[in-house]
Design a protein around this ligand. Structure first.
Ligand code: C2E
Ligand code: MG
Ligand code: MG
Ligand code: MG
Length: 288
């Protein structure tokens, strides 16, 4: 019995596995603390309006550097948060922190039209997101149009009532909904049309298909057309090369995001980046 402790444990868990399980427990507790202590940070990656080169928005991406373990990737700690029941706390923290940052930028005259916050499907399906969104917006004097919530298509696969309610309530409030990592799940086109998302993000795994394979760019082209036909703003993520940039521009993809422009940056570095390149805020982002 693994639970019996002592030597018996090793019949079921190798020392290696055992230490991995211990690491997870330790990390789970540490994440709880990090959220409470403010050890978590949001970095911001610019999204550029293709036609004008203006700033469409920035995507908030969580960063966690553990004092002992060092930087832990979002892939790892988001999964940890989901497994340990902390994902709603993390999501609500992200909304509050993004709104606080927008308030700070506004006060200092730094023009960032919109911030996009990722919300886990688990969170979106299980909890009313409106109260924390409303209170964060009100606390920092932010218009709903300046906040975007990114959810992945996993969210709406099976008509979860809470998820649908969240989507429609956000839309009614004026908060933009963005369909993240599009093309990696299995959502049907009728699903896409029924969800009030105003933005569609093509998953970065498709960027490599732009220039290779038997029909280069076919999928990306199709997704851009589908999104635009539905009246959505189409964002390409993971743009790394100027050839990809050129292709997407020719295609009429609305917004570009990727290392070609900038990785996610801490606020001071983002401010320096905007100033150095003289990037203006896009007015369309707020009204579109
Ligand atoms: P995502 O929302 O699809 O975010 C885009 C990811 O692609 C980010 O990874 C970003 O750093 C990375 N990326 C951006 N441009 C490029 C590029 O040109 N090339 C490549 N190879 N990668 C690029 P990151 O920050 O490691 O985040 C990974 C995922 O973790 C995110 O994917 C998102 O699903 C999740 N995540 C991050 N922050 C949060 C958060 O605050 N809350 C929640 N629920 N999830 C988050
Ligand atoms: Mg995202
Ligand atoms: Mg994405
Ligand atoms: Mg992604």
């Amino acid at each position: 019995q693994a639970k019996g402790g002592g030597r018996a444990t090793y019949r079921f868990f190798s020392p290696r596995m055992n230490s991995m399980a211990q690491d997870r427990l330790l990390l789970g507790a540490a994440l709880r603390e990090a959220i409470a202590n403010g050890d978590l940070e949001l970095h911001y990656q610019p999204q550029i309006a293709t036609r004008t080169g203006e700033l469409h928005a920035v995507e908030a991406l969580a960063r966690w550097t553990h004092p002992e373990f060092g930087p832990i990737s979002p892939g790892r700690f988001i999964a940890l948060a989901e497994e340990s029941g902390q994902i709603e706390t993390l999501g609500e923290w992200g909304i509050e922190e993004a709104c606080r940052q927008m308030g700070d930028w506004r006060q200092r005259g730094i023009a960032v039209p919109s911030v996009s916050v990722n919300i886990s499907p688990l969170h979106f399906r299980n909890r009313d997101i409106i109260p924390p969104v409303r209170s964060a917006l009100a606390r920092h004097g932010i218009e709903p149009q300046m906040l975007t919530i990114e959810i992945t298509e996993r969210v709406i696969l099976d008509d979860c009532p809470m998820a649908l309610e969240n989507a429609h309530a956000l839309d009614a409030l004026g908060v933009r909904l963005s369909m993240d990592d599009f093309g990696t799940g299995y959502s049907s086109l009728s699903h896409l049309a029924s969800i009030p998302a105003r933005e569609l993000k093509i998953d970065r795994s498709f960027m490599k298909d732009l220039l290779t394979g038997s029909s280069p760019g076919a999928i990306v082209t199709a997704v851009v057309r589908i999104g635009q036909s539905l009246g959505m703003t189409v964002v390409a993520e993971g743009v790394e090369t100027s050839l990809q940039h050129f292709f997407l521009e020719t295609l009429g993809c609305d917004v570009l995001q990727g290392y070609l422009f900038s990785p996610a940056l801490p606020p001071p570095a983002l401010e320096a980046w905007l100033k150095e390149r003289n990037v203006q805020a896009s007015a369309l982002a707020v009204h579109g």
